[in-house]
Design a protein around this ligand. Structure first.
Ligand code: ZN
Ligand code: ZN
Length: 239
């Protein structure tokens, strides 16, 4: 409702990805050209059957998943973490364009609906933001994405079960090992949660080294969840 009203009063004057002038709204926040390149990139390279990362060569499972098999069932993303996917997440996250999560969440829901291995799903769990980020941005982008996915796939979102208990510094500059150490025990499941023996869909914005998704999965399984699948907006290009 709020988005609808904003669209009428203040439609956006430029494509949120390439800044092409025009009239853009919540349901169509980017231009035709960007829409097309998002679609082309989605199927541009083969993906790892387990973690969903894009691979240079067609192999079924990437080297990282072979070495350290992830605890989640599968992880999938809408597209590779490269322009324009990268710009969309930046605009949502750092420029506070919360309404972008509607269109992005819709595309994530489509991926979930089209992959039978995601199902059944009992609850959607967004990766919790750190209190610092929440204060800075005023919203948690994974919860915004999760809300739209929840509407589209008709599964409830539970945003209070998984908590972040450790304030973690930005992960961007860290190596894989440092990220994993940084995140160890960063999450906890709220007492009396009802995830016991449940099938969960974890929602995150980007999968790069996968350390956040993996740590959240471990925490949820330790608390008794039956299985965890992961959906993100973008994922790394594997090597
Ligand atoms: Zn554009
Ligand atoms: Zn993999």
């Amino acid at each position: 409702m709020q988005n609808l009203l904003m669209d009428i009063i203040f439609p956006q004057q430029a494509c949120c990805i390439c800044r092409e002038p025009g009239i853009y709204r919540t349901r169509k926040p980017w231009c035709e050209k960007c829409e097309e390149s998002l679609a082309i990139m989605q199927k541009s390279l083969p993906i790892c059957d387990k973690c969903g990362k894009y691979l240079e060569d067609a192999e079924e499972i990437c080297a990282e998943c072979r070495k350290n098999p992830p605890l989640f069932d599968i992880a999938r993303a809408v597209g590779p973490y490269d322009e324009p996917y990268r710009i969309a997440i930046k605009v949502l996250k750092f420029m506070g364009r919360r309404h972008l999560a509607v269109r992005m969440g819709r595309m994530m829901a489509q991926v979930v609906n089209e992959e039978p291995r995601f199902w059944p799903i009992d609850f959607i769990i967004p990766v919790p933001a750190s209190p610092g980020h929440l204060k800075q941005r005023g919203f948690n982008q994974t919860e915004e994405l999760g809300r739209q996915i929840s509407r589209d796939i008709r599964v409830k979102m539970d945003a209070s079960t998984l908590k972040r208990v450790k304030e973690t510094p930005s992960q961007r500059e860290l190596s894989r090992e440092e990220r994993e150490k940084n995140l160890l025990c960063a999450f906890r499941v709220q007492e009396n949660s009802n995830i016991y023996r449940k099938n969960l869909l974890l929602v995150d914005d980007v999968y790069t080294t996968g350390s956040t998704s993996k740590e959240c999965t471990r925490t949820l399984l330790d608390a008794g969840a039956a299985r965890v699948c992961v959906i993100t907006w973008a994922t790394g290009i594997g090597f």
